[in-house]
Design a protein around this ligand. Structure first.
Ligand SMILES: [Ca+2]
Length: 287
């Protein structure tokens, strides 16, 4: 996965998942690949903290299209300790990128240093899309973070530590989400495996109506306990195509575990505006 920054270099980041249950999220039908912005009127904003006494630091300021208005975590009468998060809730979409604009001018309090960006289909399971450690946002430039399109109805930006001496502030000028519908992808999360020989995971997938898993085809290797698999052949609504997946752990010598995880399959074909439900737990067998 790559990050596309407006004003900064491209960086590779590792996908990590918080969830312990499997999620299958997909869309499909055609690869129409249009991208669109989710307008503020369709977005509900919540924040873990906001300043309302000494300045208007309302959370909703991140969707008003005004770079001069900011969300600021509460500091009066006392500083709310970090980390601080701000989340956008919208009707389920295949999200594909997020644009983050830090506060413009003035104090450096609230500029992200350690941060992460996540999405969620339901507010329970969170997928880490990108993260930064020791970053410098003092140029005040906006960053556009792109990722494999996947189903979500929440996007959350967390400032773990900011540029202030205490690291306990948070501020943003704008937070915007784009979506690309009908791109045919599945998202999965599984249990971590606490075994010294496990160096990663191999995800296999198949169309439910498309035969068996292949040991030498249709797989992707990942380092964390989650993956988004894109580029799936779209089915059509009449065929009610859905996708299933299993996971094997990878050993230090590159071997895969003898037994795969249990299989997780998406729900039956859903319309593009429905949110797939979390699926059964995947337990990955160690060696
Ligand atoms: Ca604003």
């Amino acid at each position: 996965m790559t990050l596309d920054y407006d004003d900064r270099k491209r960086r590779e980041l590792t996908l990590l998942f918080w969830a312990i249950a499997a999620l299958l999220l997909w869309t499909a039908n055609t690869r129409s690949a249009f991208a669109d912005w989710i307008p503020p009127a369709n977005v509900q904003v919540t924040a873990s903290s906001q300043e309302t006494e000494l300045e208007a630091g309302f959370a909703v300021h991140v969707t008003d299209g005004d770079l001069g208005t900011v969300w600021v975590s509460r500091y009066s009468p006392a500083v709310d300790p970090g980390p601080h998060s701000i989340a956008l809730l919208f009707e389920g979409r295949d999200v594909s990128r997020v644009r983050v604009t830090p506060r413009q001018g003035g104090s450096t309090n609230g500029l992200p240093v350690d941060w992460r960006l996540e999405s969620s289909p339901d507010g329970v399971f969170w997928l880490e899309l990108a993260a930064g450690t020791g970053d410098d946002w003092s140029d005040r430039g906006a960053r556009t973070i792109g990722f494999e399109p996947h189903r979500a109805q929440l996007v959350r930006f967390t400032i773990e530590r900011d540029a202030s001496p205490s690291g306990d502030f948070a501020a943003l000028a704008e937070l915007e989400v784009w979506h690309e519908e009908n791109l045919g992808s599945i998202g999965l999360a599984w249990d971590p495996v606490d075994h010294p020989a496990v160096s990663g995971f191999r995800v296999y997938w198949r169309a439910e109506d498309g035969g068996e898993y292949a040991r030498d085809a249709r797989f992707v290797d990942v380092g964390g306990t989650g993956a988004i698999v894109g580029g799936l052949e779209p089915g059509d609504q009449a065929a009610r195509r859905r996708y299933c997946a299993v996971v094997r752990s990878i050993g230090s010598a590159g071997q895969t575990s003898r037994e795969p995880s249990n299989e997780a399959c998406g729900p039956a074909w859903v319309a593009a505006d429905l949110i797939p439900a979390p699926l059964n737990l995947i337990l990955v067998e160690p060696f």
